[in-house]
Design a protein around this ligand. Structure first.
Ligand SMILES: Cc1cc2nc3c(=O)[nH]c(=O)nc-3n(C[C@H](O)[C@H](O)[C@H](O)COP(=O)(O)O)c2cc1C
Length: 247
C-alpha cells in the first residue's frame, strides 16, 4: 500500500541503464497477473537505445519522456500466439472479433500495471504513454506486429531524475457507490471536483489556455471531440487491419 500511495509519474530519467536481470525479474513477477482463462493474451516488446527507439519516439509525439527513458515497453494485446497454438493442434480459433480484442486488452493492462508497481517497488520510475493507441498503426509497422496484436499502451521505464509532487485524486466518496450506481447531483459534482479546480496548477492551466473553467481545458484542448473522433476512426481502421473487426 505504501508503494501504491507514493505513486507519481516520472518523466525525467538518469542515464543509468536498467539491467536485463532487473527487467527479467520485473517481468517474471508481473506475468503472475490474472488473465482470462490463463491464456496470457499479451506480449511485451522491449525497446532499448536502438534504431527502433529512434523510430518509435516520433510516434509518441517526441515526448521528452520517451526520449529520456532507457527502456520503452510496448504492451501489446496479443491473440496471435494463442491462435497459432490452436492452429498447430487442429483447434479452430475464433478470436477475430471485438470481444477477443477486449479480452486481450484487459489481460495486457493488468500485466502493464503489475509491471509498473513492481518497477516502482525497486525505485524505478514509470510513465504510461497513451500515444501508443493514437499511433497504433504506425507503431505496429515499426515493431513488425502481426495480425491479432495491438499496442495497448507503452511504459517508459528508468531511474528517476526528479521527484515530482504527487498529483491530486478525487475523494474516495466520489468513486465509491454503495450496492448500485448512484448518479451524481450537480452539487455533489461541484463538491468532488472543487479541490482539483482550486489547485494553483489548475488555475494556471486555465489561464494559459485562455479558458473560463478547468473542464474546458479537457473538452476543448486536451481531449476534444474532434480529436477523439479522428483517432477513434484511425483506431477502428487499425483494428480491422489487425483482424479484430470485420473489414
Ligand atoms: C493510459 C494512460 C496514458 C498516459 N499517457 C501519458 C502520456 O502520453 N504522456 C505523459 O506524460 N503521461 C501520460 N500518462 C500519465 C498521466 O498523465 C498521469 O498518470 C496522471 O496525470 C496522474 O499523474 P500521476 O501518475 O503522477 O499520479 C498516461 C497515463 C495513463 C494511465
Amino acid at each position: 500500500m505504501d508503494i501504491l500511495s507514493q505513486h507519481r509519474t516520472i518523466r525525467k530519467f538518469t542515464d543509468k541503464s536498467v539491467s536485463k536481470e532487473i527487467l527479467d525479474s520485473l517481468i517474471t513477477s508481473s506475468i503472475r497477473a490474472s488473465t482470462s482463462g490463463n491464456m496470457q493474451l499479451y506480449s511485451l516488446i522491449l525497446t532499448q537505445n536502438s534504431d527502433v527507439k529512434d523510430k518509435l519516439v516520433p510516434l509518441h509525439f517526441n515526448q521528452p519522456v520517451a526520449l529520456s527513458a532507457p527502456v520503452l515497453i510496448t504492451v501489446c494485446a496479443d491473440f496471435n500466439r494463442f491462435s497459432l497454438w490452436c492452429l498447430n493442434n487442429k483447434a479452430n480459433p475464433g478470436y477475430d472479433n471485438f470481444l477477443s480484442f477486449l479480452t486481450t486488452s484487459i489481460d495486457a493492462l493488468l500485466v502493464a500495471q503489475n509491471l509498473c508497481i513492481a518497477a516502482e517497488n525497486i525505485g524505478l520510475g514509470i510513465c504510461y504513454l497513451g500515444t501508443s493507441t493514437y499511433n497504433a498503426d504506425e507503431i505496429i509497422n515499426v515493431l513488425q506486429m502481426p495480425k491479432l496484436t495491438f499496442p495497448i499502451t507503452t511504459i517508459a521505464i528508468g531511474w528517476p531524475d526528479e521527484i515530482p509532487l504527487k498529483t491530486d485524486r478525487l475523494p474516495i466518496e466520489a468513486v465509491i457507490h454503495s450496492e448500485v450506481y448512484h448518479d451524481y447531483s450537480a452539487s455533489a459534482i461541484n463538491e468532488f471536483y472543487a479541490m482539483k479546480e482550486n489547485l494553483e496548477s489548475s488555475k494556471k492551466f486555465v489561464e494559459e489556455n485562455h479558458k473560463q473553467h478547468l473542464s474546458q481545458v479537457f473538452t476543448d484542448v486536451r481531449y476534444s471531440k474532434k480529436d477523439n473522433e479522428f483517432f477513434s476512426e484511425k483506431i477502428l481502421q487499425t483494428l480491422r487491419k489487425q483482424g479484430f473487426l470485420n473489414e
